[in-house]
Design a protein around this ligand. Structure first.
Ligand code: ADP
Ligand code: ZN
Length: 718
């Protein structure tokens, strides 16, 4: 079997696996089934593409959308992987050719729709004659009634395990909830399986929610600053997509509308133009986006309020699949809530209406919240999150927090005095000494202790405290306020309660923040985008399939000038290096010469042999890990939050042991330090980790070894 790290580098040009990829792959190679839950952009595809290349035989990938199949196959072929799809759009000749290639063992991956695989005209008997190494079920939530895209054909996939009991099955989805997960396992009849679940956090997306006031001007302002970027603007109605697209065109922007009412060919044309960067802005209803895996969407704007958080998260999730900083902007007005309420009511189905209304309320609450937006979102999806993400308007904005422990204690003792049997409004009336309170309550000690604070402000305090879980609210039609463990700590004076100071509930315009790497050469980035566009035209594929934006950013940051250095850039596998390497090297070299950056380059030496001017890898990513670490977040949690492996985070932190910002004992248990030092000394240098690990064995991690080496370097270099 081929080495999976070699496959990763050779075919995909990536240096390291992302969180859980390696574990999933090893599980598959051990012939076990797996359910993989990763957010969009998490890197699900590699979880089956790498095993497909490592194993003998054919990996069959079940995928619901023809457009997606084609994209995946195109992308694989660009990386030199033998892949194909079978579907109804192909001629019988094409289909026969592919079948023959499979018989001749020439293909590693085959993409099919479920109905193609199973049923009377299915492929079971054919597949029985060949060596199938793996079944991968993409968008596996389609099998579940609970998911939002149920597809009856998917249910038939339950037959796979009976027909091919020894072929591993891997099911992948970005839909997380418990019911869907259970349904996937049950319906696929998985027996010996593991579940791999990543955090649903999208750390590279910044969330901004602004009041919908003069929002067209705000939008124009924003797009002006992002004129090279691809973006999606969602509107509620078909008519508003058209009118907004037109207004943007009048301002000189490259925008067009997209909705289900457009003629099919026009719709397809616009989608294709957008994918290929020939159209920068698509103004669409939510009909747009399903099956689009364009990785370089830099922003998603909601010009109108989405109906629920599931939709909002899915739509904003289309930004930044390449992992680069991206923005989600929503313009909020309570008028939208009002409008959507009328849509949410379903005649004759009270239960369903209630669900929709509740979801709408939760969406509005996200807009009005004063806590971190990311925390609110992750909590909504049942995931714990730190109070501060540093990358949403709340965390970046001007809302300052200050010590409100006294008010918090007043509120909590009122709840306690009232025996946790009253709702928010009554408790506030009680605090403010309202004469409407029951006579027996008016004689209690805490009655009216909060009369100096307005009703409005008490509401804001209570809501914020609920969101921060300093107390809780019961379910049901008449929810009551209740105390929890954190409340008790506040009452005992063990916890300080920091709340937002502002009394207004209106939203402040978000302060935008651009996190570009320190040494990024922006002009060069534009040149490289043009180079990529040219190559994409020649290959007849969307530009992002040639290289992701992430790769171009690395190029424009480290300025590689030789093939060896180019191979260090993420995304340059062997095939792409050979095919496209020179085009990019030339562009970078010309830029360096023109800008006097290449002082070390002698212009007379042949291009490819000139000496390099490479920047030290920027430490943005390391800084992000450090910040979380300093907030007390454990390494495994940082890894989950940042969608990286724990080993990578340890590597980041090891760097700060050298700079002195992190103490070696914070990362490595004390008793392990001495043995590591001994092993490093025995190995004889302060660079290699591999031989040291061999000396020490399994119980020592690379991260621990790196940290101690950094520590030793610090000692040595003073
Ligand atoms: P998903 O299907 O989970 O949304 P993809 O499989 O499309 O995600 O991966 C998202 C992007 O991340 C793609 O551009 C992919 O090439 C890239 N990617 C995946 N794994 C890695 C990795 N280990 N290192 C760098 N980039 C990766
Ligand atoms: Zn935040």
């Amino acid at each position: 079997m081929k080495n999976i790290h070699e496959i990763l580098q050779h075919h995909f040009g990536y240096k390291a696996f992302r969180l859980n990829q390696q574990a999933v792959i090893e599980n598959v190679l051990a012939k076990k089934d797996a359910v993989v839950l990763m957010p969009t952009g998490g890197g699900k595809s590699l979880c089956y593409q790498v095993p497909a290349l490592a194993l003998d035989g054919l990996t069959v990938v079940v995928s619901p959308l023809i457009a997606l199949m084609k994209d995946q196959v195109d992308a694989l072929r660009l990386n030199g992987v033998a892949a194909a799809f079978l579907n109804s759009t192909q001629s019988s000749f094409e289909q026969a050719t592919i079948t023959q290639q499979i018989r001749d063992n020439e293909l590693k991956l085959l993409y099919v729709a479920p109905e193609r695989l199973i049923g009377p005209n299915g492929m079971f008997s054919f597949l029985k004659q060949i060596n199938v190494s793996l079944f991968a079920i993409d968008e596996a939530h389609c099998i579940s009634h609970w998911g939002h895209d149920f597809r009856p054909e998917y249910v038939e996939l339950g037959q796979l395990k009976t027909a091919f009991p020894f072929v591993p099955v891997i099911a992948l989805t970005a839909t997380a909830d418990k019911l869907t997960k259970k349904d996937i396992i049950d319906k696929l009849a998985l027996v010996s399986y593991s579940v791999f679940e990543n955090s649903f956090n999208r750390p590279n997306i910044s969330y901004f929610i602004q009041p919908k006031k003069n929002h067209f001007e705000a939008l124009v302002q924003y797009i002006k600053q992002h004129k090279d970027d691809s973006g999606i603007i969602y509107c509620l109605s078909r008519a508003s997509t058209e009118s907004l697209a037109e207004k943007l065109q009048q301002q000189g922007f490259d925008a067009a509308a997209y909705h289900a009412g457009l003629e099919r060919t026009l719709r397809e044309k616009r989608q294709d133009q957008f994918l290929r960067d020939d159209l920068k802005i698509i103004v669409a209803t939510i009909a747009f986006g399903m099956g689009i895996n364009k990785s370089n969407v830099r922003y998603v704007v909601h010009a109108d309020l989405p109906k629920n958080i599931e939709g909002y998260y899915q739509e904003t999730g289309r930004a930044g699949r390449d992992g680069l900083p991206s923005e989600a902007i929503l313009f909020y007005s309570s008028a939208d809530v009002f409008k959507l309420k009328s849509f949410a009511k379903i005649e004759g189905n009270q239960a369903q209406s209630n669900i929709m209304l509740k979801k709408l309320d939760q969406m509005a609450a996200l807009c009005e919240t004063s806590i971190c937006r990311r925390k609110y979102l992750l909590n909504y999806f049942d995931e714990a999150a730190p109070d501060f993400c540093g990358n949403c308007d709340t965390c970046l904005g001007e809302k300052t927090r200050s010590d409100h422990t006294i008010e918090a204690q007043k509120l909590l003792s009122a709840v306690s005095r009232l025996n946790q049997r009253f709702g928010l409004n009554y408790v506030i009336d009680f605090l403010r000494g309202s004469s409407t309170c029951k006579p027996e309550h008016q004689s209690l000690k805490t009655y009216s202790i909060g009369k100096d604070i307005s009703k409005e402000r008490w509401k804001a305090i209570t809501k914020e405290m609920l969101q921060l879980q300093y107390l809780q609210q019961s379910d049901g039609e008449y929810p009551v306020l209740q105390l929890n463990e954190k409340s008790m700590q506040v009452l005992k004076g063990e916890l300080t309660v920091m709340l937002t100071t502002s009394t207004s509930t209106s939203l402040q315009p978000a302060q935008q923040q651009y996190t570009t790497p320190e040494h990024l050469h922006k002009d060069l980035l534009s040149i490289l985008k043009a180079t990529r566009y040219q190559l994409a035209e020649e290959e007849n594929v969307p530009a992002f399939q040639i290289f992701s934006d992430a790769t171009l950013v690395e190029l424009a940051t480290y300025l590689p000038l030789t093939n060896t250095d180019l191979a260090k850039i993420s995304g340059f596998g062997a095939i792409k290096l050979e095919r496209y390497g020179n085009s990019f090297l030339d562009a970078i070299l010309d830029y360096c010469v023109a800008n006097d950056l290449a002082t070390k380059i002698n212009s007379k030496t042949p291009k490819r042999q000139r000496k390099l001017v490479v920047n030290e890898k920027t430490t943005d990513t390391k800084m992000a890990s450090l910040q979380l670490f300093q907030q007390g977040t454990p390494v495994t949690e940082i890894a989950a939050l940042r969608n990286l492996s724990a080993g990578t985070i340890e590597g980041h932190l090891a760097h700060f042991v050298f700079t002195g910002q992190v103490d070696v004992t914070d990362i490595v248990p004390k008793e392990k330090i001495k043995p590591i030092i001994n092993a490093v000394e025995k190995n004889g240098n302060l660079i290699e980790t591999g031989p040291v690990k061999q000396l020490l064995g399994e119980t020592y991690s690379y991260g621990e070894i790196k940290a101690v080496i950094s520590y030793m370097r610090r000692m040595k270099e003073g």
